[in-house]
Ligand binder design. Sequence first.
Ligand SMILES: Cc1cc2nc3c(=O)[nH]c(=O)nc-3n(C[C@H](O)[C@H](O)[C@H](O)COP(=O)(O)OP(=O)(O)OC[C@H]3O[C@@H](n4cnc5c(N)ncnc54)[C@H](O)[C@@H]3O)c2cc1C
Length: 224
Amino acid sequence: MKTHVKALVVGGGAVGTSIAYHLAKAGWDDVMLVERDELTSGSTWHAAGLLPLFNMSYATTHIHKYSVDFYKSLEAETGLNAGFAVVGNLRMAQTDARMDEFKLYASTAETCDVSYEWLTPDEIKSRWPLIRTDDLKGAIYHTEDGYINPADVTQAMAKGARQRRGGDCAQDAGRCLSLDRQPLGSHLHQDGRAGRQSGGLGRAGGDHRRACGDGIGQPRAAHC
Ligand SMILES: Cc1cc2nc3c(=O)[nH]c(=O)nc-3n(C[C@H](O)[C@H](O)[C@H](O)COP(=O)(O)OP(=O)(O)OC[C@H]3O[C@@H](n4cnc5c(N)ncnc54)[C@H](O)[C@@H]3O)c2cc1C
């Protein structure tokens, strides 16, 4: 195992592997990710994997849009099929107030160039014949929404990071227990082993982030 790296990522869930992948893609040629157990052994493994493109936040919509575009290219890059499917998303309203809420989603979607359609109850029925529509006002239909298997996309991002030769994603690497900060870098201690990191530290410990942050001297740092 390497003992000196430019950037160290702690935690091998969707967030950590994405950081490692994107650093490697950005040309960082010396990135290491350490995972205390197996990649995806955290909450990523349990995630539903829905990819809803529409919401009320412009920033989140842009992140989701980037993710969907990225997932389309990741399989071609890595050869790993993460079960990505664009199936559309039908959100139905029983009240005028709910339709008003959808209009707010629609204005965010338009600004972010996300496509959508308005459907009447009859149009909903034609798309999904099993549904009862007598109490529905209508629906907003987002054509590009879909789903993906979060555990598989995490493995694909880890493979993509490794393929780019910059991102080393180490499973069973030992829990990152503490980090001694030094003027010229930091020494990472994991289960008795020590390493050195001289550039950045990305913390992606998921639900373990408080313990992980306490150990590495970043108790209040933002969750990456
Ligand atoms: C495609 C996708 C779709 C999603 N869809 C949904 C959805 O529909 N609904 C929803 O609610 N959520 C969804 N999510 C979010 C998901 O539920 C989680 O919030 C997210 O995956 C958490 O990722 P994470 O990397 O932050 O944490 P985790 O997956 O928990 O990863 C943290 C990792 O850090 C490791 N670790 C912790 N401490 C240390 C240490 N000291 N040293 C070494 N390793 C350590 C752990 O073992 C773990 O593997 C989705 C996520 C993805 C990727």
